[in-house]
Design a protein around this ligand. Structure first.
Ligand code: HSE
Length: 313
């Protein structure tokens, strides 16, 4: 057994918006306004135990293999074999089934905290792979959009799964993300299960152009290009019916001056990008349309700063 670097660490992992409309499963941005805190302690016995789950979602599975944080830390232990085990406590700040990357944040927070205890810590791309194993428990698929955004921070593109390459994309000055979370639950696995397995060629071309246009718009601070390309013509039409008032919320945001508006991850949270000046009107319109559906909301206006998960104690 090697000697742990320390006995206990707590990490904060931010929430995230997956897909960002046109980057299904490959792009996301972090939302530092809320997140999960995960505390990991060394234990002599190998393996993982979940000691406690608290916060806005306290009924998470306690069996490590069925828990996103537990499964991620098991993946870390299986790969690195430090000779000791870990106990995990999870303080959820992200509601379950909100589309704000809650399962990813728990997995990311757990591996970042566990890593701080290792005598020879793993690098960020290894942590990404361990956290991916955790995310798969909740969503039924391996996708890095929320994981990479929460781990690295900012607007993040991931290419590849087994050998991922991660790029933090610059966000033009003054661009804000408006995030509106209606108080309802939507299981990611359900929102994935309804998706068709194939894409029309014309939609493939359109979506590819939109992703390329959005990323080039970000690199060149071309807001007109971002406005023209931030439109999901593949996934959003299939999921819109899962979110009450989706079309009205989107229309309200666009009429208020948003650069684009779509579903955050698998939903039901919706996000819009806008300039700093129009963000309050965009937020008000989105809130108003959800209220017309009798849905109360939580809202945030955030910058997409490249600050990801970190050890806080
Ligand atoms: N990319 C994922 C999806 C995010 O849209 O299903 C949710 O975990």
């Amino acid at each position: 057994m090697s000697t742990p670097a320390r006995q206990r660490a707590t990490a904060f992992a931010p929430a995230s918006v997956g897909n960002v409309a046109i980057g299904f499963d490959i792009m996301g941005f972090s939302v530092d306004a809320l997140g999960d805190r995960v505390t990991v302690s060394v234990r002599d016995t190998p393996g993982v135990e979940i000691l406690a789950t608290r916060g806005v979602a306290d009924e998470l599975p306690r069996e490590p293999r069925n828990n996103t944080a537990g499964r991620a830390v098991l993946a870390l232990l299986e790969a690195l074999r430090p000779g000791f085990g870990f106990s995990i406590e999870i303080d959820k700040g992200i509601p379950l089934g909100s589309g704000l990357g809650g399962s990813a944040a728990s997995a990311v927070g757990a591996v970042v905290a566990a890593n701080a205890l290792l005598p020879q810590p793993a690098g960020p791309l290894e942590l990404l792979k361990f956290a991916l194993a955790g995310e798969a428990v909740a969503s039924g698929g391996r996708h890095a959009d929320n994981i990479a955004a929460s781990l690295f921070g900012g607007l993040v593109l991931t290419v590849g799964i087994d050998h991922p390459r991660v790029k933090q994309i610059p966000v033009p000055a003054g661009v804000r993300a408006v995030i509106v979370h209606p108080h309802m639950f939507l299981a990611t696995a359900r929102a994935r299960a309804i998706l068709k397995g194939s894409v029309e060629l014309s939609d493939f071309v359109w979506q590819t152009a939109n992703l390329a246009g959005f990323i080039s718009g970000c690199y060149t601070s071309d807001l007109d290009m971002i406005r023209a390309s931030l439109e999901d013509v593949v996934i959003e039409p299939q999921r819109a019916a899962l979110i009450p008032g989706f079309h009205d919320v989107r229309r309200g945001a666009m009429e208020a001056g948003a650069l684009g508006c779509s579903i955050s991850g698998a939903g039901p949270t919706m996000f819009a990008l806008s300039t700093d000046a129009t963000a309050p009107a965009v937020l008000a319109a989105m809130r108003r349309e959800f209220a017309r559906q009798s849905l109360a909301t939580d809202e945030w206006v955030v910058e997409m700063r490249p600050t990801g998960a970190r050890v806080i104690g």
